[in-house]
Design a protein around this ligand. Structure first.
Ligand SMILES: [Zn+2]
Length: 269
């Protein structure tokens, strides 16, 4: 009798373990990946979308050479609900494309306003109205697929550190000082790890937590067509989590701090 009881308890425990293990598996494998092909002139690029459950943070990466930010996002989504949308092409920052025999080049984070499209095409060496129209369509598809207008908070993922860009770019002596209304640099923090923000509540919370941060100056920021400028124009709360290339653990920590902030501010999707 006792032996039978132990057998039943043992069997129940075994099935309990199996349940735990399969639960873990479905969670790590719970990220669904979908892709959408987009034509840009004669080039085909892919918009990748990773979805983990319902709700959660809505992350977007626009610079494919900033691989740490993609890795950090997927790591975060492996045990949290949310999504990551990113542009998959040649693992470069800029995207080159052709229309018939003409070659063009754009920075995909400079295409969300017409002024930005003009500037980035000219930076890339050549401009035409047809190219402008192609790029405008790409921007519209990115916004639509990311569901920009449905989200209460947009979170962009970037890496920096190879070309002199850092939180110091926004101080009084920095080359982008006009873009910032407020900037705070913490002594113990790396200047490449910082938040670029359009919402004062976020700035107050994250600087209070000891992070480097800047607040975009909506009246003076250069209209460069970036998602931060477009979000500002649309009144959309925007968070850019910038971390140095390779600062994987730090960038994951910074995503978690944003998650805690949105829960505390009652803004968690
Ligand atoms: Zn970037």
């Amino acid at each position: 009798m006792t032996r039978i009881c132990f057998s039943i308890i043992y069997a129940s425990f075994f099935f309990f373990l199996i349940n735990i293990i399969s639960g873990c598996n479905s969670e790590t494998e719970g990220i669904e990946e979908s892709t959408k092909s987009i034509a840009l002139g004669d080039k085909e690029i892919t918009l990748k979308h990773f979805q983990s459950g319902e709700g959660g943070l809505k992350l977007i990466n626009l610079h494919e050479d900033e691989q740490t930010s993609i890795e950090a996002s997927l790591d975060y989504l492996s045990d949290a609900p949310g999504s990551l949308t990113y542009l998959n092409h040649d693992e470069t920052r800029r995207i080159e494309f052709t229309i018939e025999t003409d070659t063009f080049s754009i920075d995909p984070n400079r295409i969300f306003t017409d002024t930005g499209i003009e500037m980035t095409l000219e930076d890339g060496g050549s401009y035409s109205d047809d190219a402008h129209e192609e790029v405008r369509q790409l921007a519209d598809i990115i916004l639509e697929e990311f569901r920009f207008f449905d989200h209460d908070v947009v979170i962009a993922m970037h890496n920096n550190g190879l070309n002199g860009y850092s939180i110091e770019s926004y101080t009084d002596d920095g080359n982008l000082s006009d873009d910032a209304e407020l900037v705070l640099i913490e002594e113990d923090e790396d200047i490449n790890d910082f938040y670029y923000l359009t919402d004062r509540r976020f700035y107050d919370y994250l600087t209070e937590r000891g992070y480097n941060a800047m607040l975009q100056d909506e009246n003076n920021v250069t209209n460069d067509g970036s998602l931060s400028v477009f979000s500002g124009m649309e009144g959309k709360p925007y968070i850019n989590i910038e971390a140095g290339h390779g600062h994987l653990e730090k960038q994951i920590e910074m995503i978690l701090a944003v998650e805690e902030m949105l829960i505390e501010l009652d803004l968690m999707p």
